[in-house]
Design a protein around this ligand. Structure first.
Ligand SMILES: C[S@@+](CC[C@H](N)C(=O)[O-])C[C@H]1O[C@@H](n2cnc3c(N)ncnc32)[C@H](O)[C@@H]1O
Length: 220
């Protein structure tokens, strides 16, 4: 029922074929949004933030309410989670947030050069045994560079120490990166309103007593 209902949502776009960068939107209409999210979806030129692996979209929903003058797109492959986020966005009347259901491996098919001003990666799966699937692996950062505006930021929030350390190694390897903030335990000190947003998974990890880490870096 959720999957059928989602096809009538005006704030959800889905890709079903990794070889074909078509996006299915409201009422099974196909959309070409690469380079055209401002014009065709948001109908304004406000800056766009992406949340990768958004799950139910808690971060995007919170930021969309804090920053009505910015636009947000939650991206995840799991339909039921996106259904939840998109339903809440509609209930709250938020027109500055949309959801994209796709694999992050093909995210660059759906955004044009300079189309995105900020990226959040919130509690991604650490993929302990599969380095190349981690959302901060070199191949993923190279993909983000294709559409992230020059000199803008990527934020990673994670409980997984292995992923935090891995990301720092990747960043240290690169000449196009400038780390702006590196915090191995955000709740040990004062946290900003933005960092204090807690996702579904973050609440689980905090209840288990895990520390939450944060990295913010510029990709040039
Ligand atoms: C641990 S959950 C975190 C969800 C949410 N950000 C939170 O903190 O509650 C990781 C999410 O990333 C999504 N994900 C993992 N790998 C992905 C990929 N390659 N493409 C799209 N989504 C992916 C999963 O479907 C899942 O919803």
């Amino acid at each position: 029922m959720k999957f059928a209902e989602m096809r009538s949502f005006p704030n959800v776009y889905q890709n079903f074929d990794p070889k074909d960068p078509k996006l299915l939107g409201i009422n099974d209409e196909y959309f070409q949004l690469k380079g055209q999210w401002a014009e065709k979806h948001f109908k304004n030129n406000n800056p766009i933030t992406l949340e990768l692996g958004c799950g139910r979209g808690e971060y995007s929903l919170a930021l969309a309410q804090m920053y009505p003058e910015r636009n947000f797109i939650g991206v995840d492959i799991k339909g039921a989670r996106i259904w939840k986020g998109a339903t809440i966005a509609t209930e709250k009347g938020l027109s500055n947030i949309a959801f994209l259901r796709t694999k992050i491996e093909q995210i660059d098919l759906f955004f044009g050069p300079n189309e995105v001003e900020e990226i959040w990666i919130t509690f991604p799966d650490p993929f302990v045994a599969k380095e190349n699937r981690r959302m901060t692996a070199h191949s993923f950062l190279d993909r983000y560079k294709k559409f992230l505006k020059q000199g803008h930021t990527v934020n990673l929030k994670t409980d997984a120490i292995s992923l935090y350390e891995f990301t720092k190694e990747v960043l240290a390897d690169r000449k196009d990166v400038e780390i702006q903030e590196d915090n191995s335990d955000i709740y040990a000190g004062e946290v900003s309103e933005i960092l204090n947003v807690k996702t579904y998974y973050e609440k689980i990890w905090l209840a288990e007593g895990k520390k939450i880490t944060y990295l913010r870096f510029i990709l040039n």
